[in-house]
Design a binder for this molecule. Sequence first.
Ligand code: FES
Length: 176
Amino acid sequence: MKNNSRRGFMGMAFGAVAAVGAIGSLVAMKKSWDPLPSVKAAGFTTLDMSIYEEGVMVTEKWRGKPIFVLKKSAKVMKEEEGDPDAQARNIKIGDDNFMIAIGLCTHLGCIPAFRKHKNDFLCACHGGTFSAAGLVTKVPPPRGLDIPPFKIDGNMLVLGEKGPEWAAMKQNGVTL
Ligand code: FES
């Protein structure tokens, strides 16, 4: 009897230790599932929009994707006046205007090259072209360059955050 209760106590003690161990490993596993703070921060890219020069196409990076940033000149803005599709894609930050788009062709995902002399983009894979506003000017691309989620914060642009300007573009079918 004495032995039995001793075994019972030992059993409970081991059981308790095992339960604590199991909870401990579950907590450890949960921690390993959660993204690290650095990984969460990596979901966003913050750009200082005051550094770009007019007409100079710069490729930034967001979540491993190329992001085209093109600051428009007053001349380009004038040309776009009669083009509502181009105007709908315009991103105004402070006094400046930008074309910002994911630099992957909407046909099969090649990276189009900016042609400064033509102020447009050529996708060498199948010859598709996009205007400086990111609209298709020659198929096969099925739609304009996609616009990444963004939020305007003063002179800064946070890629990966869904601000009201981007939400409106998405709702109006300007981007996917
Ligand atoms: S991938 Fe760009 S035209 Fe085909």
